[in-house]
Design a protein around this ligand. Structure first.
Ligand SMILES: [Zn+2]
Length: 328
């Protein structure tokens, strides 16, 4: 193994030792002390099973792994059992909190949307905590000054992101215990035919889907809200759900969802699919469907999934673009 690969492998094994403690906090704000189990951020029985091919799904986008850059993989076939798992909650809280979406009839009411967005934010927090270790280790190990500087900048950004997410998740639990789910808002859309994909995660948008800037002040001087997002077949119903908690006045994410209401449902569906690939890494597709796409469409999915909006101020308008998923 060359030096660089050896360093990356050490960095990744450090990141795999990230804290794995249940994220549940009770009504008094006390966090559960139990160890989190590996659970699915996208339910295995519902959305993942609906797109499986012989027990497997296709992961879209590159995972951080130790591999020579020339051997990077843009898609990867993985077993249902391992798709989308992360250590978020202890087994008690995992089943207690998410029981409703595991056993729902697929109706998208406020409570299911809330639970989906809560879990999406928890997944994002876990990923950010892992990234923090990666950047911290890199900033210690990279000798080249410019490289070290960018690792330190990324470390700072990730730490700020972790604090914001922890505060957002605390607000979700506060709302959860109040049982009114106050300050939670969401937008949902139902498709006409089953979706060949399952995507779930959270992100902090810089722009609304149609390009209005989401921040009322310099983004570096305020805390960031986050939007949870889900696209897939929930108990057999093909849906797009996105929502969040009103928290920081200076980051107006609720308004970003108003954009969807100005589109007809077909165009809103296409924009939703594109935004999901663009913003969320936790994305899976039915492999035969993916392989049946034209090269052009496959490249478009990969291009969208490569863009990292969190660190990219460019805006891309998805209106009027061809459909990635055809329902005819
Ligand atoms: Zn717990």
């Amino acid at each position: 193994m060359n030096k660089e690969l050896k360093m990356m492998s050490e960095v990744i094994s450090a990141a795999n030792k990230v804290e794995k403690r249940c994220l549940y906090t009770d009504a008094r704000g006390v966090r559960c002390k139990n160890k989190a189990i590996l659970s699915h951020s996208i339910q295995r029985r519902g959305p993942l099973r609906s797109i499986e091919d012989k027990g497997h799904v296709l992961k879209i986008g590159e995972e951080l792994q130790v591999r020579h850059p020339s051997k990077s993989q843009e898609t990867k076939r993985i077993g249902l059992k391992n798709a989308s798992t992360f250590p978020g909650f202890c087994s008690n809280h995992d089943s207690k909190i998410f029981e409703k979406i595991e056993n729902s009839d697929g109706d998208i009411d406020k409570e299911s949307a809330f639970l989906i967005c809560l879990r999406a934010n928890c997944l994002e927090l876990y990923k950010k905590k892992k990234s923090k270790i990666i950047y911290r280790e890199l900033s210690k190990r990279i000798l080249h000054e410019q490289g070290r500087k960018s690792a330190i900048a990324a470390l700072r950004g990730t730490m700020a992101g972790i604090s914001d997410l922890e505060r957002n998740i605390a607000s979700y639990f506060k709302a959860y215990h109040s049982s009114k789910m106050e300050n939670f808002f969401f937008f949902s859309l139902e498709f006409k035919a089953p979706l060949p994909v399952a995507i779930c995660g959270a992100y902090s948008p810089y722009y609304s889907p149609f390009g209005s800037f989401s921040y009322k002040m310099d983004p570096l001087k305020t805390s960031w809200n986050s939007l949870g997002l889900f696209l897939g077949n929930l108990q057999g119903r093909p849906v797009f759900i996105t929502g969040g908690i009103r928290k920081y006045y200076a980051h107006d994410i609720e308004k970003t969802l108003d954009d969807f209401n100005t589109l007809n449902s077909e165009e809103a569906g296409n924009v939703a699919v594109r935004l999901s690939f663009e913003n969320i890494e936790n994305a899976y597709a039915n492999e035969p469907w993916y392989n049946s796409l034209s090269d052009f469409k496959r490249q478009e999915i990969i291009r969208l999934s490569r863009i990292n909006r969190a660190s990219d101020l460019d805006y891309e308008d998805h209106r009027g673009k061809y459909n990635i998923i055809d329902f005819d």
